[in-house]
Design a protein around this ligand. Structure first.
Ligand code: FE2
Ligand code: FE2
Length: 188
């Protein structure tokens, strides 16, 4: 994500929390854009960050929690459901006119859902991961999250939530998404 330089903490929980904060700021940027047309660019950045962030969690973070944390399955299943609904909302937003009131209404719904989801992760999942992994493991996991984000699809793909499906479908979807982004930018 070349346009989105953020301070990248080198430890997985700090890294993911920093992205949660960035996502919140980016919702504000879209909602408070100077005129309705100006929503387009920050929305494209937000959409991309959300897509790669959730995919990396699904490929790297949640599977680790399933393995390491007692009752991890129940925690992760709930988070995957939330991620699925958020992707569906994000997909439907992609088809709306950014200048419409409906876009704003749906965007607010998505923001509320995404922020509640991030809070659940920060409360239910991250502290448990933090306790289970030592500092070196947390750094290695941050590296894995970055690697997953670099190759993740840049558009939402509801229905692809398991790590297995992300590995199977992800690379092809990612290639198409990234080509679509390039073509879109070149022909806008
Ligand atoms: Fe998530
Ligand atoms: Fe997250």
């Amino acid at each position: 994500m070349p346009e989105m330089i953020i301070e990248s903490p080198d430890e997985v929980v700090a890294f993911l929390k920093a992205q949660h904060n960035l996502i919140e700021d980016m919702f504000d940027q879209v909602l408070h854009a100077t005129d309705p047309r100006a929503r387009e660019k920050p929305f494209a950045q937000l959409r991309q960050l959300l897509a790669v962030h959730e995919t990396a969690e699904e490929m790297v973070v949640h599977p680790r929690v399933r393995r390491e944390v007692a009752a991890g399955d129940a925690i992760v299943d709930t988070l995957l459901d939330e991620e699925h609904s958020a992707k569906e909302l994000l997909s439907s937003l992609e088809n709306l006119d950014v200048t419409s009131q409906q876009f704003i209404d749906e965007l607010i719904r998505l923001r509320d859902a995404v922020l509640a989801h991030a809070e659940h992760e920060e409360r239910e999942e991250f502290p448990k991961l933090q306790r289970k992994l030592d500092a070196d493991e947390r750094k290695r996991l941050a590296g894995a999250v970055r690697a997953a984000e670099a190759i993740a699809p840049t558009h939402p793909h509801p229905g692809v939530e398991s790590a297995k499906l992300n590995f199977a479908v992800g690379p092809f979807a990612s290639m198409l998404d990234r080509a679509r982004d390039l073509i879109g930018r070149a022909t806008a």
